[in-house]
Design a binder for this molecule. Structure first.
Ligand SMILES: NC(=O)c1ccc[n+]([C@@H]2O[C@H](COP(=O)([O-])OP(=O)(O)OC[C@H]3O[C@@H](n4cnc5c(N)ncnc54)[C@H](O)[C@@H]3O)[C@@H](O)[C@H]2O)c1
Length: 261
């Protein structure tokens, strides 16, 4: 028997990048998964490719910052798989703007998805798990940018520090229901998010060609390379599995040795 057999799990932002890596590995380990994303078409592509491999998967189109849509997503998991055991609040984005130029729109739009939506996701998953009465696991995607501030994307750093704080607050509230809340902090991960960052940096004249920003940002990684989503999925599967049952309120850093705090 695979170790996540019989478990029902949602991963948001799962149509590509880190979320897709997480959800594919969970499904490989036997979990029934909801592939949730703003981009419903791409989410369905991931879910149908998993079904073609014999996995249990559905897709849900969702804006994670809209509470009613999050409730509908959770209801879809319960309708399809009978319950919700694990919720990954992974969806997020970045829009780098220089420290002195970042405005209210930049700050609020990033906080809405990376901060508020994680709060809503924790709350709504917890309500479902409390109703079920047998605990659960909530796992949020933070970042090394939640541990260290970078002036090129200050609002993103603030939003990821918020993820760590919400994880701790949620863990303190929900422990009595046997619901654990943890987060993980990737470093530099080769995903479509970075394509957008490089394009933004070229438009601002900060760099001249694609790849330059990632290269300069990653220069201090002790293991000498940036990561791929597959570098994270051992850790995320651990967090979703019974092996992590006695951990809560924690932030696991997986960055190849970049931020040593
Ligand atoms: N790539 C990195 O280097 C890196 C490093 C640290 C943390 N992270 C974090 O990891 C998570 C995933 O990042 P990624 O690199 O895979 O990014 P990505 O852009 O490749 O994928 C993010 C996915 O989230 C979805 N999404 C965005 N806003 C949404 C919303 N409002 N509702 C639902 N879905 C939404 C997008 O459609 C996309 O499919 C994010 O929280 C990001 O901040 C990424």
């Amino acid at each position: 028997m695979r170790r996540l057999e019989g478990k029902s799990m949602i991963v948001t932002g799962a149509a590509q990048g880190i979320g897709e890596g997480i959800v594919r590995r969970l499904a490989d380990e036997g979990a029934s998964v909801v592939v949730a994303d703003l981009n419903g078409t791409k989410a369905e592509e991931v879910a149908s490719s998993l079904r073609a491999e014999g996995r249990q998967a559905i897709a849900v189109a969702v804006d994670v910052a809209e509470r009613e849509q999050v409730q509908t997503m959770i209801a879809a998991a319960v309708t399809s798989f009978g319950k919700l055991d694990v919720m990954f609040n992974n969806a997020g984005f970045n829009k780098p703007v220089g420290f002195l130029d970042a405005d209210e729109h930049n700050f609020n739009s990033i906080m809405r998805v990376n901060g508020l939506a994680v709060f809503i996701g924790i709350q709504e998953a917890a309500k479902q798990m409390i109703t079920q009465g047998h605990g659960g696991k909530i796992i949020n995607t933070a970042s090394i940018a939640g541990r260290q501030g970078y002036p090129e994307f200050a609002p993103y750093c603030a939003s990821k520090a918020a993820v760590i704080s919400l994880t701790q607050a949620g863990a303190r509230e929900l422990g009595k229901h046997n619901i654990t809340v943890n987060c993980f902090a990737p470093g530099v991960v080769r995903t479509p998010l970075w394509v957008g960052l490089e394009q933004d940096m070229i438009a601002k004249g900060v760099i001249k060609q694609m790849g330059e920003f990632m290269e300069s940002f990653s220069a201090g990684i002790l293991l000498g390379r940036v990561s791929d989503p597959s570098d994270l999925t051992g850790m995320t599967t651990f967090l979703a599995s019974p092996d992590s049952d006695y951990m809560t309120g924690q932030c696991l850093v997986c960055d190849g040795g970049m931020v040593l705090i």
